[in-house]
Design a protein around this ligand. Structure first.
Ligand SMILES: *Cc1c(COP(=O)(O)O)cnc(C)c1O
Ligand SMILES: [Zn+2]
Length: 416
C-alpha cells in the first residue's frame, strides 16, 4: 500500500518471513492466525528525514498524529479528526511518597475522546480502513476497543459492527449506542464474542479491528510511550507499568522504545512491568512457567483485562522479556485500593483495569522489584466514569444528612 512511504514491510514474529503490506493481510499466512502475528518494520532514514526531536519542539499538533512518520498511515493527506493522544504526564509527588518512590509519573490516558488508551489503536484502524476503501469496521472487545472504534468510525462516517460479551459495563455500552454502532451483546465470554466477530468479519468483509490480528493497532498504541519519551525530554525512565489483557498495550508501549532506539533518538530502554488480575492471569502464568499461554477463567472485576484467551501473548511476553522486566498479579481488592489512592493523591480517576498497573506497582515496590530511587511511569489506561458501579464499590457512602447546620457540625467533628 503505497501511501505508507515510511513502512518497509511486515515481518512474522514467529517465523521471520517478511511481507509487503496488502489489503486484508493481517497475519502470517504461513503460521496462521494464532501464531503468525506480524510486526511493522520502518525505514528509519525516512523517519529521520521527516521528523526530529527539534522539529517536534516546534510542532503544535497536540494529538498522536504529531508522530505521523512513526505510524503506519498515509504520510500525506487527511487523517481521522478526533483528537487522540498527547495526554498529560503528571509527576505524582504525593502518590510517590505514599509508595516510597522518588520519581513517579502518571500518564492519564482516560482523557482520550472515548476515555481510554484504546482510542490510539482505533484511530489507526479507521485511518487504514479509509485508506483501503472499507465501508464498515468491526471488532470484538471487552468494551473499550469497541467504544473507541465506534467513536472513531462515527467521526468519519463509517459504519461500525461491535461484538461485546454480555458482562460489559453499562457505561461502555452506552457509548457504543450513542455513537450509532450496531452492537451485538454476545451471551458468553469475550472469547465467544471474539469468535463470532471473526466469522462475521470474514463473511461480510468488514475492516478488522480485532486486537493482535491487525498489526497496525499496536503501532497506534505505541504513541503513548512516544509521548512519554518526549514529555520526559527524552530521558528514558527505569520502568513503564502497564495493565495487561490481550497483551497489545504492553507490546505497543514497548515498540515505542524500540523504534526510538532504532531511529537513534534514545540510547537505553526502560523495563516493562506487566500487571494482570489474579483471577485472570494467563500471561503472567506463561511468563513464570515458560511455555505456551493456556486459557484461564475470566474472574476479575477489571473487565478490560479479563481476557482468558489472550490474542497477543507472544508480543507481550517478548516485550517484557526483552526489556528485562517482569509480570505481576494483583487481587481485585488491591485494584480498588489503588483506584482510591490514585484519586485521592492525584485527582485522576481510573477504571479498574486502568489502575491495575498502579496496584501492581505498589506490590512491586513492596517486593523490592522496583527500587525507591528508580524513575517510574505508570499508565492509567481508562477513565473511571466508564464503570461507576465498581468505583462505588471501591469507596464508602457519602455523609447523608438533613439540611441542618448542627447535625453537619456533629458529623464533621471527627473529620476536622
Ligand atoms: C484494553 C485495556 C487494557 C489492556 O490492553 P491489552 O491490549 O488488552 O493488553 C488495559 N486497560 C484498559 C482500560 C483497557 O481498555
Ligand atoms: Zn510466520
Amino acid at each position: 500500500m503505497s501511501d505508507m512511504f515510511n513502512v518497509l514491510g511486515l515481518h512474522c514474529i514467529n517465523c521471520g518471513r517478511t511481507y509487503q503490506p496488502e489489503v486484508g493481510l493481517y497475519t502470517c499466512p504461513h503460521c496462521g492466525e494464532k501464531e503468525g502475528i506480524l510486526d511493522v518494520d520502518y525505514d528509519y532514514d525516512y523517519i529521520n528525514r521527516a521528523i526530529s526531536r527539534e522539529s517536534l519542539r516546534k510542532n503544535c499538533e497536540t494529538s498522536m498524529w504529531r508522530y505521523r512518520p512513526f505510524l503506519p498511515v498515509n504520510q500525506e493527506g487527511e487523517l481521522p479528526p478526533l483528537r487522540v493522544g498527547w495526554s498529560p504526564l503528571y509527576e505524582a509527588k504525593r502518590l510517590a511518597q505514599e509508595l516510597g518512590l522518588k520519581y513517579l509519573y502518571i500518564k492519564d490516558d482516560g482523557v482520550n475522546p472515548t476515555a481510554s488508551l484504546k482510542d490510539r489503536a482505533s484511530a489507526i484502524a479507521v485511518a487504514r480502513a479509509l485508506a483501503e476503501g472499507a465501508k464498515a469496521v468491526a471488532c470484538a472487545s471487552t468494551g473499550n476497543a469497541a467504544s473507541s472504534l465506534a467513536g472513531a468510525a462515527a467521526a468519519v462516517g463509517l459504519r461500525a459492527f461491535i461484538f461485546v460479551p454480555a458482562r460489559a459495563p453499562q457505561g461502555k455500552i452506552a457509548q457504543l449506542l450513542v455513537f450509532g454502532a450496531t452492537v451485538v451483546s454476545v451471551q458468553g465470554s469475550y472469547e465467544d464474542a471474539f469468535r463470532l466477530s471473526a466469522q462475521a468479519i470474514k463473511r461480510w468483509g468488514w475492516y478488522n479491528r480485532n486486537a493482535a490480528i491487525n498489526p497496525y493497532l499496536v503501532e497506534g498504541k505505541k504513541t503513548v510511550c512516544l509521548e512519554v519519551a518526549e514529555q520526559l525530554n527524552w530521558e528514558v525512565p527505569d520502568w513503564v507499568v502497564v495493565s495487561v489483557g490481550d497483551g497489545c498495550t504492553i507490546a505497543g508501549a514497548w515498540k515505542a522504545w524500540v523504534d526510538l532506539y532504532r531511529a537513534g533518538w534514545i540510547d537505553r530502554f526502560p523495563r516493562m512491568l506487566g500487571v494482570q488480575a489474579e483471577g485472570c492471569c494467563p500471561i503472567t502464568r506463561a511468563f513464570r512457567e515458560g511455555g505456551k499461554v493456556r486459557p484461564m477463567e475470566e474472574n476479575t472485576l477489571a473487565d478490560s483485562i479479563a481476557v482468558g484467551v489472550p490474542r497477543n501473548p507472544e508480543k507481550a511476553l517478548r516485550a517484557v522479556r526483552h526489556s528485562g522486566g517482569t509480570m505481576i498479579n494483583v487481587s481485585d481488592e488491591e485494584i480498588l485500593n489503588a483506584m482510591r489512592l490514585l484519586g485521592r493523591t492525584t485527582g485522576v480517576f481510573g477504571e479498574p483495569a486502568g489502575v491495575a498497573g498502579l496496584a501492581g506497582l505498589i506490590r512491586a515496590v513492596k517486593e523490592g522489584v522496583v527500587k525507591p530511587q528508580e524513575k517510574v511511569v505508570c499508565l492509567v489506561t481508562g477513565n473511571g466514569l466508564k464503570d461507576v458501579a465498581n468505583a462505588i464499590k471501591a469507596t464508602s457512602a457519602p455523609l447523608s444528612l438533613p439540611p441542618d447546620m448542627e447535625k453537619l457540625a456533629l458529623a464533621l467533628k471527627p473529620l476536622l
